[in-house]
Design a protein around this ligand. Structure first.
Ligand code: NAP
Length: 316
């Protein structure tokens, strides 16, 4: 028989939105649990440096998330990292999250499950994953000492990670489908000034080839459809993220790209269920906005719980 654990609020996801929600909820006297299917820290844990989180002009992503976690610990948040989730039911007054041996129950759930790296969906990508295709420069960059790699994308992630890879690789190509970049101007300038980086613009990858590991990437010019072969040892796609919402399938209102719809209180289409950070439909996906969302979501959850507890008293 599965054991039951009961909380006021359960937070799913432990990035900036999740930990911020946990800090606000626990400090607001809610019995709070935070669950993640991965290690704690979320996406920013993989960022080499963050230089726009107020109060820290430059801090490592991992270090910042450790501080978030320590802060949550101070308020007695109960933590469940690396927890495999089997089933989530967000309907009704008691929400349930089921693992292989536990049923977590709560009146409110805050979804802060973030987003995962978008795949290129081209031939060879899956085949060479871990053998030359990587979605994490910080994790795998050191394997490419004196080698040649290609980074795909034109956002902050692509350009920052390209610069990081130059610490190891002798050459880094940045392959972008347009000739304008989505990345912040300051990041663009820094990348342009890096002699090891070469841009290949108006170009998309169409196939990754190799034998035991990646050897070539087939490129296609978006303007004349001409194809070419580029010799590389590694490919790092950084083309954005998709929301991690599979476990809630069909239960919540989502936009066409799958991001969860909320109002300004982070309330989703279900009572007692809130969404915060990258997983929701939001105009800006940054550590600071995720943390702010988490705070709002926790305060909304606290008000909701107070309201239902008042109603229960009246009924008794
Ligand atoms: P992003 O800003 O969405 O950029 C994705 C890039 O990939 C875009 O240049 C896009 O091209 C390109 N792309 C999308 N689909 C593609 C496809 N199928 N084939 C080829 N190229 C494709 O994603 P991101 O760079 O991961 O950043 C996500 C968020 O995190 C942003 O808000 C960003 O500012 C933030 N971030 C912040 C930091 C920091 O502050 N240190 C670091 C990293 C990320 P188009 O431009 O043509 O659409």
């Amino acid at each position: 028989m599965k054991k039951e654990l009961i909380f006021d609020t359960i937070i799913l996801g432990s990035g900036p939105a999740g930990f911020s929600a946990a800090i606000y909820a626990a400090r607001g006297n809610l019995k709070t649990a935070i669950i993640d299917i991965n290690m704690f820290g979320g996406q920013p844990s993989n960022y080499l440096e963050i230089e726009n989180y107020p109060g820290f002009s430059l801090i490592g992503g991992f270090e910042l998330m450790e501080k978030f976690e320590e802060h949550a610990d101070r308020f007695g948040v109960e933590k469940f990292p690396m927890t495999e989730i089997e089933k989530v039911n967000l309907n009704g007054e008691i929400k349930t999250i089921e693992t292989n041996d536990t049923i977590f129950k709560a009146n409110s759930v805050i979804i802060a499950t973030g987003a995962s790296a978008q795949k290129l969906n081209i031939k060879g990508e899956d085949e060479f994953k871990g053998r030359g295709v990587s979605y994490c420069a910080i994790c795998d960059g050191a394997f490419y000492k004196d080698k040649t790699v290609a980074v795909i994308g034109g956002g902050n992630s692509a350009l920052e990670e390209a610069a990081y890879l130059t610490k190891f690789a002798k050459k880094v190509y940045v392959i972008h489908r347009r000739d304008e970049f989505r990345a912040d101007k300051i990041v663009q300038e820094r990348t342009r000034n890096n002699e090891k980086i070469e841009f290949i613009l108006n170009t998309v990858p169409v196939e990754i080839q190799g034998n035991n590991s990646v050897e070539n990437i087939i490129l296609e010019n978006t303007q004349n459809n001409e194809q070419s072969v580029l010799k590389v040892d590694g490919v790092f796609p950084y083309i954005g993220f998709k929301p991690n919402t599979d476990m809630f399938a069909g239960q919540l209102q989502q936009n066409t790209q799958g991001f969860i719809e909320t109002d300004s209180n982070m309330q989703t289409s279900l009572e007692g269920v809130y969404a915060a950070g990258d997983v929701r439909n939001t105009p800006l996906r940054q550590v600071i906005t995720a943390a702010a969302d988490g705070a709002v979501a926790a305060c909304s959850a606290a008000k909701y719980i107070e309201r239902i507890k008042e109603q229960e008293k009246v009924q008794v």
